[in-house]
Design a protein around this ligand. Structure first.
Ligand code: ME8
Length: 645
């Protein structure tokens, strides 16, 4: 039996500037939903990509003195690298300049032209370049400004093809009425309905004033309007209209199709897109979700204006889970949210460090202190508080599921945090430190510990789509087997026994609030010294200084924990010499001995030997690091002893 399918998409972003946390929000949001559906056992497919055509992109490329091709290639590579950094679990990244996309758009255009849904006419109107939108005079703001962004528009008259929106308007209205979940939140649906009720003008769908776009095959002086081009990505990426359309058949005609967009592009997705599908005789079986916007205190975020926060800044300084948590938790369903340094640091300190991280820490410390790290389930022992904790565990699963299914991710997270608070309260109620004083209460104490671990296991499972590293670390630290990390194992009492780690590693270190708020504020003002990292010009190394170092590739032959220091590993490495060389390295917090054995690392072998806590070290490993992580430099395809220069 095959699993239900789930196809989820983000908008394809314009490569008009560096992506900020607003664009990142949609992508992380879809990633969380996709991971949730994976957890539920769906057959999922996640599409994102880049919308590379149009006058605006042509202009940005010109400003950079680059060809549009080179510009979009660079931006696409940067964007993919960003998504990789954010561990976005996308399956495909479609670029509208790709041949596979262009062919489909040209086919769609010609088909609509042949069947009379597209016709040639003359366009008279006002054009807003930043918005890529045309307006009639009556739609304009004061002094002929763009009604959406308020900027100046320019007057145009040109030959254009038009899509007959008017022909489909009633059909679309009926469709929206008959499919209540088609557009969410409800307030957005209402916006669309009232817009439709005013009547639709036919849409201009081609341009002759610039080149950077997909040519209309039958009349190549026209390029296809960027929105018709862009919306088609949801089909072209699946191979629609080609010989290899298996993905299209499977996912578009499958069980669930979800387009997630910001409220700014609601109309395009709620009106033009379903009408295009109706005209193409393709089922309109997607659900559209339009979320609100993250704002800065000063107002809107813009790719080109600055004064915004970028995801890599947050990851460098604080970590990926911190970013994901904030983004997914802080934006209320259906409304806008504000990013402020204060709210960001508070969420880390209160929600992540105090409530969640501390609960795990205290639990592991107590299980070690009272039971030497091992506990088991004894259903015959109970206390007065077990029932209420157990029923909240069950309730949380239902609330979480319902919220995730209706795309209320922040509410799903809130439900999990209610359980976290309840579990913290359970510690206060059951007072394990008092039970521990009485030998006869051993079984009661174990029952309390068991409830804490079991509750945390449930919390960990529900957080797997949200906090990628922390949920993983929670399972490892509590010794939860993979079979009990699944959705189906969300049932109290399935964990029979476990052994937790000897020493807990904090999931989220508490931050110095004033200092970090100041730091974020100076980053926003563009004055952050730490991110600029100037080179010390007064202390330059000569080439001779550099050449003095004998750096080589070395293979880690064996590794063990240092007997007297928990931050150190003692390694034997083969650096191409007669016998292995011992190096002591401060990497035990980042690598276990097993995980580094066999790796080809880079070492400096001509350092003076030193003794570190009684063990001699004859060299140094090279690694990259920041406050949160450390990665050894490893090299494939070279042999021990090969030189590094
Ligand atoms: O509109 N808060 O691309 P785009 C939350 N190419 N989300 C935000 C945001 C904010 N402050 N700012 C942007 C386009 N977004 C078209 C789409 S789709 C067929 C073509 C997100 O680069 C949000 O998802 O301007 C919004 O819809 C999208 O970025 C706009 O991205």
């Amino acid at each position: 039996m095959s699993n239900k399918t789930y196809y989820i998409t983000t908008p394809i972003y314009y490569p008009s500037g560096k992506l900020h946390i607003g664009n990142t929000y949609t992508t992380v949001f879809c990633d969380a939903l996709r991971r949730y559906k994976d957890l539920r056992g769906y057959d999922t497919y996640y599409l994102t990509g880049m919308d590379e055509h149009g006058k605006k992109i042509e202009t940005v490329a010109e400003e950079r003195e680059m060809s549009p091709h080179d510009h979009v290639d660079e931006m696409a590579a940067e964007t993919k690298a960003l998504w990789d950094r954010l561990k976005i679990s996308y399956d495909d990244f479609i670029r509208t300049t790709e041949k596979r996309h262009k062919t489909v758009v040209q086919k769609i255009f010609e088909k609509l032209l042949d069947q009379g849904d597209i016709y040639l006419g003359t366009y008279k109107g006002y054009y807003c370049m930043p918005c890529e939108s045309f307006f009639t005079e009556s739609q304009l703001g004061e002094n002929n400004t763009c009604p959406d962004c308020g900027r100046e528009t320019s007057q145009l008259e040109e030959e254009s093809y038009f899509l007959k929106l008017s022909k489909y308007a009633d059909r679309l209205l009926d469709f929206i009425e008959e499919n209540p979940g088609f557009i969410t939140p409800e307030s957005r649906k209402n916006e669309v309905v009232s817009f439709l009720k005013q009547g639709l003008n036919d849409l201009s769908v081609s341009r002759t004033t610039f080149d950077w776009g997909i040519k209309v095959v039958s009349n190549p002086k026209h390029v296809v309007y960027v929105w018709i081009d862009a919306l088609s990505n949801y089909l072209s990426a699946l191979g629609y209209g080609t010989n290899d359309d298996a993905l299209y058949q499977k996912y578009w005609h499958g069980d669930e199709v979800v387009h997630v967009v910001g409220k700014d592009i609601l109309r395009f997705h709620a009106i033009y897109w379903p009408i295009m599908l109706m005209a193409l005789d393709i089922p309109v079986n997607f659900k559209l979700h339009a979320h609100g916007f993250y704002m800065m205190k000063e107002g809107k975020m813009s790719k080109s204006k600055g004064g915004v926060i970028y995801p890599d800044t947050i990851i460098n300084h604080y970590g990926l889970d911190e970013l994901r948590y904030f983004l997914l938790r802080e934006l209320p369903y259906g409304a806008d949210g504000v990013f402020t340094p204060e709210s960001f640091i508070e969420r880390i300190n209160f929600d992540l460090a105090n409530d969640f991280g501390n609960l795990l820490n205290r639990t592991i410390s107590m299980v070690n202190k009272y039971f030497e790290g091992t506990i088991e389930f004894d259903p015959n022992v109970t206390n007065d508080f077990d029932d209420s904790l157990e029923s909240l565990i069950a309730e949380t699963k239902d609330n979480y599921r319902e919220s995730m299914e209706t795309l209320k991710v922040s509410e799903a997270i809130r439900a999990v945090w209610k359980l976290i608070s309840r579990t913290n309260k359970y510690i206060d109620e059951t007072t394990p430190w008092i039970l521990a004083k009485d030998e006869n209460k051993k079984a009661d104490l174990q029952n309390v510990m068991y409830h804490l671990v079991e509750s945390l296991r449930h919390i960990g499972i529900m957080l797997t789509p949200i906090l990628l590293d922390a949920s993983h670390s929670l399972f490892n630290q509590l010794g939860i087997p993979e079979s009990l990390q699944t959705w189906d194992s969300l049932q109290f009492g399935l964990l029979k026994e476990t052994e937790v780690v000897k020493k807990p590693s904090p999931l989220f270190p508490r931050l110095d609030s004033d200092k970090e708020v100041d730091k974020l504020q100076s980053i926003l003002r563009g004055e952050d010294k730490e991110t600029q990292k100037p080179v010390d010009e007064d202390n330059l190394a000569t080439i001779d200084d550099f050449n003095k170092l004998d750096m080589r590739i070395a293979k880690v032959v064996s590794a063990k924990y240092h007997p007297n220091a928990d931050k150190l590993l003692v390694l034997q490495v083969d650096a191409g010499e007669a016998k292995p060389r011992q190096i002591v390295a401060g990497i035990a917090k980042h690598y276990s001995p097993e995980s580094i054995e066999g790796k080809n690392v880079v070492v400096v072998v001509n350092l003076e030997p030193v003794k570190l806590r009684g063990e001699e070290s004859n060299g140094m490993l090279l690694a990259g690091s920041n406050k949160k992580s450390l990665k050894l430099l490893t090299v494939e395809g070279l042999n021990p002893g090969d030189s590094v220069s």
